[in-house]
Write a protein that binds this ligand. Structure first.
Ligand SMILES: *Cc1c(COP(=O)(O)O)cnc(C)c1O
Ligand SMILES: [Zn+2]
Length: 421
């Protein structure tokens, strides 16, 4: 196994630790394509094998070839794929939701982390680190704790949800709060990693992207190995976009699927550097100062920009943006049908609705989107939307009463009248 620079093609050994090529380019794990049978993966479903029961390591032939002893798995993956007629009607097209919030720490980051931390352990890392808007830090902290490796996480002060901060603290890493935004935290951890030789677990890490490929593999396996027409993902640091593109190419090369889905990336209006670059034909890329309620995608200078650009070119992909109010309205709908997700995850559905309205996605096509994080990741956003009136008529507020039979009777009569409508 080797790492290959996506810019100049220079290769590096896979058992070493290198964050970037000397030319500055991003690195990819080079996996030689071999033909693979569906049976191989179908037979592994439901196994109790420590490694193969993971929704990542089930696809071991498509993952970095670490020895069994290096693999740290909780296990991750094996998440549900939902479809709900009400959401399809609202989006205007048939939609499948892969719920990555059902991973061990509540986001898709765990899929990447099992691969990243296993590589860290295999290479003998003494300390692992990341910068994070909260989900990566929770995942790094949990997997480092599982592996017994010390970890240090860099978070932008005041810019991550209380739930994510609490979860991260609980797993016991060292936490450095940077006065600044995510991009500032990212610059600091990158510099620290170079200077002190700390193992970096951001999605710059090509091994993390290997694990994240499995979201796509598992989705198409559940769809009977039929590729959807579109895969729609929220875009922040663009690791997911990069991993998805690599997964599509490798699934095609292995003969696991026989059609190439198109990729659509959805960014928040206030954090849309990829969108602006895509609009100008990738002639210019300008980082932005990011601002959105969807904190997991509040990133102004995505590390994986170049990889994402290549994926969009190779899959006839598109990029769109959605406003914070569209994100929160689509989240409320996903919540209300009983599925639930965190705000950033709902950008996918909001983006689908927009792309259908614009005629880019057409009715009759099959669309897959990733729900990237769990509903409990950001309860502040839920309470604010519902209790502070942001949601208008769709908002739900608790009805407060005294312990009095009359008061209860009035409320229940009202509820029953509405139920009968
Ligand atoms: C990390 C994250 C994203 C953004 O994914 P990228 O790979 O950085 O583009 C979106 N949603 C949630 C919930 C996340 O945790
Ligand atoms: Zn290079």
């Amino acid at each position: 196994m080797e790492l290959r620079c996506i810019e100049c093609g220079t290769t590096y050994p896979g058992h070493g630790v290198v964050n970037r090529c000397t030319c500055g380019g991003l690195l990819d794990v080079a996996i030689a394509p071999v033909p693979l049978q569906h049976d191989l993966f179908d037979q592994r479903r439901g196994t109790s094998d420590r490694i193969l029961r993971s929704g990542v390591w089930r696809y071991r032939e498509l993952m970095p070839p670490f020895p069994d002893s290096a693999i740290i798995t909780k296990p991750e993956g094996n998440t549900n794929l939902y479809r709900d007629q009400r959401l399809s009607d609202w989006g205007g097209v048939d939609i499948w939701f892969k719920h990555e919030g059902e991973n061990p720490t509540g986001s898709f980051k765990d899929r990447g982390m099992t691969a990243g931390i296993s590589h860290a352990r295999w290479t003998g890392a003494a300390l692992v680190a990341c910068a994070s808007t909260g989900n990566t830090s929770a995942s790094v902290a949990a997997y480092a704790a599982t592996a017994g490796l010390p970890a240090v996480v860099f978070i932008p002060e005041g810019k991550i949800s209380v739930a994510k901060l609490g979860q991260t603290i609980a797993y016991g890493p060292h936490i450095i709060q940077v006065r600044g935004d995510f991009d500032a935290a990212m610059r600091m951890v990158s510099a620290a990693s170079e200077r002190f030789g700390i193992y970096l677990l951001n999605s710059l890490n090509p091994f993390r992207l290997e694990g994240q490929k499995a979201i796509f593999f598992e989705s198409v396996q559940e769809l009977g190995w039929q590729a959807p027409d579109w895969v729609v993902v929220p875009g922040g640091n663009l690791g997911n976009t990069a991993a998805l593109g690599k997964a599509i190419k490798e699934a095609l090369a292995a003969g696991l699927i026989n059609a190439m889905p198109r990729v659509a990336v959805v960014q928040a209006e206030g954090a849309a550097p990829l969108y602006h670059a895509w609009r100008n034909g990738f002639r210019a890329y300008t980082p932005v100062r990011a601002a959105t309620v969807a904190s997991a995608i509040q990133i102004g200078d995505p590390v994986n920009y170049t990889k994402a650009r290549n994926v969009l070119r190779e899959t006839e992909g598109v990029v769109t943006t959605v406003s914070d109010s569209e994100i929160l309205a689509s989240k409320a709908l996903i919540d209300r049908v009983g599925i639930g997700c965190e705000p950033a995850s709902a950008a996918g559905l909001a983006g689908i609705r927009r792309l259908v309205a614009e005629g880019v996605i057409t009715p009759g096509e099959r669309v897959l989107t990733y729900l990237t994080g769990h509903m409990l990741k950001d309860t502040d956003a839920i309470v604010a939307w519902h209790l502070q009136g942001g949601g208008g008529d769709a908002a739900k507020t608790p009805i407060v009463i005294d312990e009095a039979p009359d008061a209860l009777a009035r409320v229940l009569t009202d509820i029953l009248e509405h139920a009968a409508l």
